[in-house]
Design a protein around this ligand. Structure first.
Ligand SMILES: NC(=O)C[C@H](N)C(=O)O
Length: 230
């Protein structure tokens, strides 16, 4: 668990606005007592309250790509981060955080990378090169995410409603398995398993297969957390 707050295109670069956003981000402090971070680029702000789980020593957020043009704030755990890193041989990682992989995957695959992630997550990514941003939430909505719109045209994302409700004109619960892209200005479902369109499951009931799938999920979680298997 961590707390994220992102405010994009607020049209105000004053110290007062920055302080306001820091104050709002503190409302999420209970979600992550180990670190508080904020990155601002022009009138865009990405803040993070961290509960350090993977790489407690260097994985503080926001996280970046190599030249810091891509910034991410993430709540969640990416179970297959080692596997994904192995596909990104030409990239240099600055931390051991499972979440840094998101910035590098974006460089390679743009927003199409989201369905490569195995895990629970909600994140906001800002590409400072064209000031575009994306936000996404895991397939079944394990990690919370809310989205709001300010009267000044700003777009807000937060792990809890309390960090955006006072400053937004309207807000919604961000739907699970969806992605928001500032380029299209809309939400689309990234999680599209084949069974979504099946009215009657075609695969026969197989208790052994179900058991194996649970075992696999449990083992990948133990591996990520470096726990003995439980
Ligand atoms: N805990 C989180 O949500 C972020 C990241 N997985 C970390 O370990 O710091």
């Amino acid at each position: 668990m961590c707390g994220i707050l992102a405010v994009l295109g607020v049209g105000d670069v004053s110290l007062a606005k920055r302080s306001r956003i820091i104050e709002l981000s503190r409302r999420l402090r209970h979600r992550g007592p180990d670190w508080s971070g904020i990155h601002s680029f022009e009138d865009c702000y990405l803040a993070h309250q961290r509960l350090a789980i993977v790489d407690p020593t260097s994985g503080d957020q926001p996280l970046y790509n190599e030249d810091k043009t891509v910034v991410v704030t993430v709540n969640g755990e990416i179970y297959n981060h080692e596997e994904l890193k192995a596909k990104l041989k030409s990239h240099q990682f600055q931390t051991g955080s499972d979440c840094e992989v998101i910035a590098h995957l974006y460089e390679e695959y743009r927003e199409e990378f989201v369905d490569m992630l195995d895990g629970m997550f909600s994140f906001v990514l800002l590409d400072t090169r064209d000031k575009s941003f994306i936000a996404a939430r895991d397939a079944i909505g394990i990690c919370p995410l809310y989205m709001g719109w300010g009267l000044d045209g700003s777009v807000w994302f937060s792990s809890e409603m309390k960090a955006l409700s006072d400053d937004c004109e309207r807000f919604i619960s961000f739907p699970p398995g969806h992605l928001y892209s500032s380029k299209t200005g809309g939400l689309r479902r990234w999680y599209n398993p084949p069974w979504f369109s099946e009215s009657i499951p075609s695969a026969p009931y197989d208790p052994l297969l179900i058991r194996e799938s649970f075992e696999k999920a449990r083992l990948s979680l133990c591996f990520l957390l470096q726990f003995p298997t439980f």
